[in-house]
Structure formats: structure tokens, C-alpha cells
Design a protein around this ligand. Structure first.
Ligand SMILES: [Zn+2]
Ligand SMILES: [Zn+2]
Length: 224
């Protein structure tokens, strides 16, 4: 079923472009190749097809932009993905760190009716289990959300969101879960360790270090 396989690929591209644009700004084809573990020529061919179908356009700096049609489609895919994540995490008890992976496989087979009933069944959640607001649900991150890497030493903080771009790294997600770096949890930033580009954090008396590159992608609220 070549046609179906193609539509799954396009759905994955739309979601990745949407997530990268939201967290890192304009997206280049090379970032897509890295993120999707594909060759530049495959990415190029897929993007051309998506351009032809009116889902993306290429800007003056060769950045890949979603058209309004692409944006609408991406939002509904992301919504579906996050809804499935919530279902797996909250109702089926699948571990927080791996629901993203399962949702990616399941999400492509849901009909609009199933999506509608699933949303109703879950009570219309506003955020995925990792804290990302669900498109169209009217929710937003608190305006004062900061990157964890931007926090001052010695401060306590509450985790708000683990950015979608980290969700593919299952081992890392498992590490975050083990150390309670999850939405709603409270931790302390002890000190920055310059030599290893990391920060020393503490959760209820246990300390651990986290690379700054990861801390960049975790949104938090400083606590008084
Ligand atoms: Zn996800
Ligand atoms: Zn998520």
C-alpha cells in the first residue's frame, strides 16, 4: 500500500516541522534529515511532494515553512498524537517516558470519530503528559515559563514542560522520569558545573547532573 505509507511519512514530517518551528524557530531541511534519520535526498523528495500538495513552502533562507493548510493539518495531527499519549499514560498505565513512541505508531490509524470520542472519554485534556499544550484546546504555557538552563543557581523550581523535541530520546526520557523532571514536580538547582556544561539538580535529597543542552528544552517556573 504505497499510498498509505506515503501519507504516514507526510504526517510525520508535518509534526516534526511543527514541533521544531515551535521550539527552535525556522526549520532547515538538514534538521529534518537529522531528526527523521533520513538521507538529505529522501527529505528533499518528500518536501517537494509536500510543496506540490500545498503543505509547505520554502522561504528565502531555504527555511521550510508550513502553509496555512499545512499548519491546520499539523495541528490536528499533533492534537491526535497528544490525545493518544494521554490515553496511554493516564488510562493504560504505560510509562510516561515511552508513551510518545507508542503514540507515534498508533496515531496514524485513528478516524475523526475515534479522535472525537477519545477526547470526550479523556475529559478534553489541555496538555500532553509531557506538558505541551494541545493545539485547539485553548491552553497555553504560563507566560513566565523559563528554560531551566536560564534559572539562577540556588533556586527551587517547578517543572512545566518537557519539549516535544526530547520525546524521541527514550533513554533520556527514562532518566528524566527517574529523577522526577516531570510537569508539576518541584526540584532545586544547586549549582552550574562549567567543566561539564551541566547543572546539578536535587529532588528530595538526591542530586544528579543534567546537561545544559537538555535543560534548554525543559520549561520551568522559578519558585520563591
Ligand atoms: Zn509525543
Ligand atoms: Zn508529549
Amino acid at each position: 500500500m504505497a499510498v498509505e505509507r506515503n501519507s504516514v511519512v507526510v504526517e510525520e514530517y508535518l509534526q516534526v516541522i511543527y514541533a521544531l518551528t515551535g521550539s527552535e524557530g525556522p526549520v532547515k531541511a538538514i534538521q529534518l534529515a537529522t531528526r527523521l534519520a533520513s538521507s538529505p535526498s529522501t527529505v528533499h523528495a518528500t518536501l517537494s511532494r509536500m510543496q506540490r500538495d500545498g503543505l509547505v513552502e520554502v522561504g528565502p533562507k531555504k527555511e521550510v515553512l508550513l502553509t496555512s493548510k499545512g499548519q491546520t493539518k499539523a495541528e490536528s495531527l499533533v492534537y491526535r498524537h497528544q490525545l493518544v499519549e494521554s490515553f496511554l499514560c493516564d488510562r493504560l498505565g504505560i510509562p510516561w517516558h515511552e508513551v510518545h513512541h507508542h503514540a507515534h505508531i498508533l496515531e496514524h490509524g485513528l478516524t475523526p470519530l475515534v479522535v472525537e470520542r477519545l477526547a470526550e472519554f479523556l475529559g478534553f485534556p489541555g496538555f500532553c503528559p509531557h506538558g505541551t499544550p494541545m493545539p485547539g484546546s485553548g491552553t497555553n504555557l504560563p507566560a513566565s515559563t523559563l528554560a531551566l538552563s536560564a534559572l539562577e543557581e540556588g533556586r527551587d523550581f517547578q517543572v512545566v514542560v518537557i519539549r516535544e523535541v526530547l520525546e524521541d530520546q527514550q533513554e533520556l526520557m527514562e532518566f528524566l522520569e527517574r529523577h522526577h523532571l516531570q510537569p508539576g514536580e518541584r526540584l532545586k538547582f544547586l549549582e552550574k558545573i562549567k567543566a561539564t556544561d551541566s547543572m546539578l539538580l536535587e529532588y528530595q535529597g538526591t542530586s544528579f547532573s543534567l546537561p545544559l543542552g537538555v535543560a534548554d528544552k525543559i520549561g520551568i517556573l522559578p519558585l520563591a
